[in-house]
Design a protein around this ligand. Structure first.
Ligand SMILES: [Fe+2]
Length: 234
């Protein structure tokens, strides 16, 4: 995962891009309606994400800063290396790309795009309770002394923050940003109970991350509280 920070202003968007954003918002909101975790719904309301036009990074960064003290930083459309990623987080900067997926990739984009960042991650990032878990992951990663320890922490991040599911009121719901922001992977994950496993450190470490295809296993958190408990001493 490599992100290169850049100073250039956010790219300009075509009407096709704007239309992709509008269609994505409408499609995913219709799909996930009634399935969103309560905490996430709170975050999405706080974010005030524009559904009729692409978000402007500076505006959303200012909004996030007012809510939580965090800011957005600019990243290109590639995955960040783990170390770079957590260094940004340690500065209370959340790196976001300004790429928007192509219309033919509405259901699934192999590269993180604006919809992934804003709908998937930033709704959560408006919530101090969630920020605290992110801070704990960051501290723990940067304090780790070996590559094996760092890789294990990155795996836990991947299978919870990025691609986790969560059980709430007896129902399994999307939790990770990659599921929340992908109509295709949302349906695949929700309709494949045979791929669900209880979330555990051992399980996440043994599973294979698949950034460019649907996953073959999903880990189900027993509430957000499980992630809080796991990271309590980090
Ligand atoms: Fe992500």
């Amino acid at each position: 995962m490599t992100y290169h920070l850049k100073d250039a202003p956010q790219r300009s968007y075509s009407e096709v891009d704007q239309d992709t954003w509008r269609r994505l918002c409408a499609r995913q909101l219709a799909l996930v309606e009634g399935h969103l975790p309560a905490l996430y719904q709170e975050g999405l309301a706080r974010l005030e994400l524009p559904l009729d036009h692409l978000p402007v990074q500076e505006v959303m960064s200012e909004r996030l800063h007012q809510l939580t003290g965090w800011r957005l930083s600019n990243a290109q459309d590639e995955y960040l290396g783990h170390l770079d990623w957590f260094i940004h987080l340690s500065q209370q900067h959340f790196p976001v790309t300004d790429y928007i997926r192509k219309p033919e990739h509405l259901e699934f984009t192999p590269l993180p795009d604006l919809f992934h960042e804003y709908f998937g991650h930033l709704a959560w990032m408006t919530l101090p309770r969630y920020n605290e878990v992110v801070n704990r992951f960051t501290r723990h990663f940067l304090a780790a002394e070996t590559k094996a320890e760092r890789d294990a922490i990155a795996d836990l991040w991947w299978f919870s923050i990025e691609f986790g599911l969560v059980r709430e009121d007896g129902e399994i719901k999307p939790f990770g940003a990659g599921i929340l922001s992908s109509p295709g992977e949302f349906q695949h994950a929700m309709q494949s109970p045979e791929l669900h496993r209880p979330f555990s450190q051992e399980g996440a470490s043994a599973a294979q991350a698949r950034p460019y295809a649907f996953h073959e296993q999903y880990f189900v958190l027993d509430g957000f509280e499980q992630l809080e408990a796991m990271t309590a001493n980090w």
